[in-house]
Design a protein around this ligand. Structure first.
Ligand SMILES: CC/C=C\C/C=C\C/C=C\CC/C=C/CC(=O)SCCNC(=O)CCNC(=O)[C@H](O)C(C)(C)COP(=O)(O)OP(=O)(O)OC[C@H]1O[C@@H](n2cnc3c(N)ncnc32)[C@H](O)[C@@H]1OP(=O)(O)O
Length: 206
């Protein structure tokens, strides 16, 4: 399965920030539960997955890219990263753990606390992506080549290996879905977080 975008320069702009701004708790609760379930499905799917990152990929976009088995990104002009601290919010534990699984504890901590958005070259250097390609067609071709490896791998062996590797993060979320949701609902209603989101949304307007 390949995750890519039909847009010209955005792979995924992350979660819709307007869902967090002046939120209705019931709506936010459904929104967040859907995100949790979607992520669990993607991260544990029995299909081999590749993200062909053909545009910018902040926050939730980076999470979805990191949740695939392999990342091919079009360079050099796009950026990727978990930039939540730049919005004055916090990447939840399972976002953070997904990043740790990809780039390791130290690089993830620096990346998360600074909210850094990496260029394609920087992302390749820290291992956030696996390959950089100059255009979308060659990136798609590379992604397809990666998937072809699995024609020779037992689906059972593939899935079991992935489950063992991803189990701690997956199990944490399954065991703590309500706690995670309560955290989001509580902090998203804080006046400080709301002010930060307001300023960030304003900064995006042209
Ligand atoms: C103490 C504890 C504190 C807090 C804890 C609380 C909670 C923790 C729990 C939850 C954390 C929540 C996690 C969220 C993860 C996320 O994904 S947040 C989203 C982060 N996304 C971004 O920062 C992306 C912002 N967008 C951009 O940088 C650019 O738009 C982008 C580079 C993607 C594309 O650039 P460009 O093509 O030039 O597009 P425009 O800038 O023209 O954008 C078009 C319009 O879209 C609006 N917009 C863009 N991105 C978003 C978005 N993610 N959500 C909502 N709206 C967005 C932008 O304002 C433009 O609007 P306009 O057309 O002008 O009205």
């Amino acid at each position: 399965m390949i995750l890519t975008s039909g847009l010209q320069k955005v792979f995924c702009a992350g979660l819709d920030i307007t869902e967090f701004y002046n939120p209705n708790p019931d709506r936010l609760s459904k929104f967040w539960t859907t995100l949790q379930d979607t992520w669990l499905s993607l991260y544990t799917t029995s299909f081999p997955t590749v993200s062909v990152i053909n545009g910018h990929s902040p926050a939730g976009g980076c999470l979805f890219a990191m949740s695939c088995d392999y990342r091919v990104m079009v360079g050099p002009n796009y950026t990727i990263g978990l930039n939540e601290t730049k919005l004055g919010i916090v990447a939840p534990k399972w976002f953070q753990d997904t990043m740790v699984a990809v780039i390791g504890q130290r690089k993830a901590e620096v990346s998360l606390t600074t909210g850094k958005m990496y260029t394609t070259d920087e992302a390749l250097q820290i291992g956030l992506i696996d390959e950089s390609l100059p255009d979308a067609n060659s990136a798609l071709k590379k992604g397809t080549q990666f998937l072809n490896n699995f024609q020779k791998i037992s689906p059972w062996a593939y899935k079991m290996t992935k489950d063992i590797s991803r189990q701690p993060t997956v199990q944490w979320l399954i065991d703590n879905k309500q706690k995670d949701l309560d955290f989001v609902i509580k902090y998203m209603q804080s006046p400080t977080v709301q002010k930060n989101l307001e300023l960030y949304l304003q900064s995006l307007k042209k």
